[in-house]
Design a binder for this molecule. Structure first.
Ligand code: GLN
Length: 190
């Protein structure tokens, strides 16, 4: 099973390594996705954290934006982390980044302040348990609509899922814990 890592900008190689490290039972093979053609044959796609405005612009330019939306509607599993969560959301409240409207959340960019306000917080995630969540210029999920909340930080949702789409505002690729990646991949095989 091929898991695509959107290779435009941001924490690309960290996600690649996480998928590579997953136990063999998942049969997950990471592949870099740089062009529309690279999207062919993948069962899941990770949209990494980074700078959502840059990722958005390059997705639009390359035609990948529309193709990813189309594939998600046909069942492609997507995990959007941080900037990636902004991209899959219904509403970003920011003209610079149009959400793909793949999950029923509204989200606010840079809600926790600047880079210097980054922090790590132990949270509890349904199906995983304790997880050290790294927040870097994180967005805030302001409304969760029809999505299921899998974890909270300080009473606010930070990881949500709706159908084939997962969105989280922290960086699961920056700790040694592969739990979130396992949750994502096991959701694909059912
Ligand atoms: N603040 C970034 C943005 O709006 C997201 C930060 C991140 O992905 N770590 O794109």
């Amino acid at each position: 099973m091929k898991i695509g890592i959107l290779d435009i900008q941001g924490d690309v190689s960290e996600h690649f390594q996480m998928i590579k490290r997953l136990p063999g039972k998942y049969h997950a093979v990471p592949v870099m996705v740089k062009t529309v053609n690279d999207l062919a044959g993948i069962s899941g796609l990770i949209i990494p954290g980074g700078e959502s405005t840059v990722i958005y612009m390059l997705l639009k330019k390359s035609g990948m934006y529309e193709k990813i939306v189309e594939m998600a509607h046909s069942g492609l599993h997507i995990m959007g982390t941080c900037a990636g969560a902004i991209l899959v959301s219904r509403d970003t409240g920011d003209k610079q980044v149009e959400g793909m409207n793949l999950i029923d959340i509204s989200i606010k960019r840079n809600a926790y302040g600047r880079q210097i306000n980054s922090f790590i917080q132990k949270i509890n995630i349904s199906g995983i348990g304790n997880f050290d969540a790294v927040f870097i210029r994180a967005p805030e999920i302001e409304s969760t609509g029809n999505s299921e909340v899998l974890g909270l930080e300080n009473g606010k949702p930070v990881i949500v899922r709706e159908g084939n789409i997962m969105a989280l505002t922290f960086h699961p690729e920056l700790t040694g814990n592969t739990g979130v990646h396992e949750l994502f991949v096991s959701g694909i095989t059912g």
